[in-house]
Write a protein that binds this ligand. Structure first.
Ligand SMILES: [Zn+2]
Length: 195
């Protein structure tokens, strides 16, 4: 199933194919919604209570309201999801830039569903994960775009994004999708009910 997250510059729907183990990499400047979309997809995944998520995030507290057990990227020390049922398991790394190359092998890239976010794309050029078969979406803001984003909106590529990155204007997201601490969880959300 394709979970829609936005619209490409040429007007097609862009999303996350939950039936495909191809990792999803989200790139884009700060504030473009990478973590927000990763949270939205995670929340969508967890709506089926037979599924679970492993989250590694620079700010684990931003994930604490979701039904997961977030850890920091530097706590990535064991192979992830080796004993999990692939269709039940989602692995999220919020800020893959912080994961050393020698730890990338601990991630089930291409085996379990994986969502990775990166601040920009420059830091990823030449890194081993880009040798894998990945879907890379670059998030842009449609208004007040800076010159690099204005060029993307004009259909040009962006040098600091991985080759083949598809530019996407994200859909507006609801309040539950924004990074929030557990104590800021909007009242009456399903996560509160599930706890
Ligand atoms: Zn798992």
């Amino acid at each position: 199933m394709d979970v829609r997250i936005g619209t490409t510059v040429d007007g097609r729907a862009a999303g996350f194919d939950t039936t495909n183990a191809r990792p999803l990499l989200l790139v884009g400047d700060s504030g473009r919604g990478k973590t927000t979309i990763a949270r939205y997809l995670t929340r969508w995944w967890l709506a089926n209570t037979s599924r679970h998520v492993h989250v590694y995030a620079q700010a684990p507290s931003e994930w604490a309201d979701l039904r997961c057990d977030p850890a920091r990227p530097d706590q990535l020390e064991q192979p992830v999801a080796v004993d999990c049922r692939p269709r039940a398991c989602l692995v999220v790394v919020d800020d893959i830039d912080l994961v050393d190359d020698d730890r990338l092998a601990l991630l089930p890239l291409g085996a379990a569903r994986t969502i990775l976010t990166s601040h920009g794309g420059n830091g990823l050029t030449g890194r081993p994960l880009l040798n894998d078969d990945i879907t890379c979406l670059g998030l842009v803001r449609p208004d007040h775009a800076d010159p690099a984003e204005a060029a993307v909106l004009d259909g040009q590529g962006r040098l600091d994004w991985p080759n083949g990155t598809v530019a996407v204007i994200p859909d507006q997201r609801g309040p539950m999708d924004f990074p929030c601490h557990r104590w800021q969880t909007p009242a009456g959300t399903w996560t509160a009910a599930a706890r």
